[in-house]
Design a binder for this molecule. Sequence first.
Ligand SMILES: *Cc1c(COP(=O)(O)O)cnc(C)c1O
Length: 456
Amino acid sequence: MTKIPYKIYLSEDEMPKQWYNIKADMKTQPAPFLNPATLKPVTADDLKQIFCEDAVDQEMNKTDRFIDIPEEIRSFYRMYRPSALVRAYCLEEKLGTPAKIYYKYEGTNTSGSHKLNSAVAQVYYAKKQGIKSLTTETGAGQWGTALAMAGAYFDIPIKVFMVKVSAEQKPYRKAVMETYGAEVIPSPSDTTETGRRILKENPNTGGSLGCAISEAVEEAVKGDNCRYVLGSVLDHVLLHQSVIGLETKTALEKYDIKPDIIIGCVGGGSNFGGLIGIFAGEKIQGKNNIKFIAVESSSCPSMTRGLFAYDYCDTGKMTPLAKMYTLGSGFIPSPNHAGGLRYHGMSPIVSELYHQGIIDEARALTQKQVFEAATLFAKSEGILPAPESSHAIRAAIDEAVKCRETNEAKTIVFGLTGTGYFDLAAYMKYNSGELTDIEVTNEALEAGFASLPKID
Ligand SMILES: *Cc1c(COP(=O)(O)O)cnc(C)c1O
């Protein structure tokens, strides 16, 4: 048998020419979005007030299995794609496992994560439509950075509402965004009605993702030819992220490798949905029986402890309602949480696949478990991983250790979504023993559920 190389590279020609739309293969579709004002299913026209036209058409598309990637987007992808699929030989050896572990590394671009795959597509479509500027929110900063890069490339002004505490704790992220020409506004700000209201009620607040989304949407709706872009959760974002899974499949097929387990971390669900997409579509058609594991943070356990219900995508209740696994838009993760993945809901596609049992398992991990795995991975594979990605690493390690105990040589693939260079404050806390595990109490969950809209 040919020895599998450390890195399976693809050529530029092997980069996907089309995205994969899993909805074309789903037997039951995700429930439609609801208009927040009328609670009736949204129309494409409703959505086009907020989002770009092509993004909305992709969002509503349930029939086209493959959708062409415009050449302008492929040119941009060529700067950092295809990404390598790496065989984790060193980690396997350290664990003494017969399992074969592979990871798809998305952290080699400057924004440091997979988010650029969708940012460039969304900015391209905005440009094509003649949109004059774009707004968004960012928490940890990866999405804002990705969007700033895409905005610079296509020459569209970007306004990023960055959660105030993050802007203060991560000045380097802000510096990167500003270097790419984006305007970064700490949220809540006095530039929007929502921001002014929240500041009046609570002048010392550090802000929240939900508040930043509300400010960004408000700005997009009232701005001149301005639109809002979102970096996760929505179906069109998962569509763009399908390049991750398509490349993984091509790389595996080169060496006739058949995965038994595919693992990804989940915040809003975009990298995981993109990684498993094509494989999940084939599973629906009975062509494989791969086990899919979604890994979330035990500080924000939407899949393992949330409800499958209609909820707002933002705290400000301005965005459409989605049927998803959710903790309630009023759920607030503990401020001691350092591992990312703090969104209250989950992609409607990922939620529906989990509900149908196509996604086999959701697993919640504590931050200590996650940083322990991150450190082991950094020492054995040489890459300093993002804390978000380290949720997937930990689950892959746990599966590989099980294989050691049962002496099974399973093939495990996981998504390594990003680099940890911008998360050194969290690593410092872990190294000095300050990072504690957080127990989400039933009371905290009940408070979040109480914020769910009443819909019958
Ligand atoms: C944003 C982010 C995630 C989580 O977002 P998803 O939409 O669930 O993929 C995971 N890893 C990294 C590095 C990120 O930046």
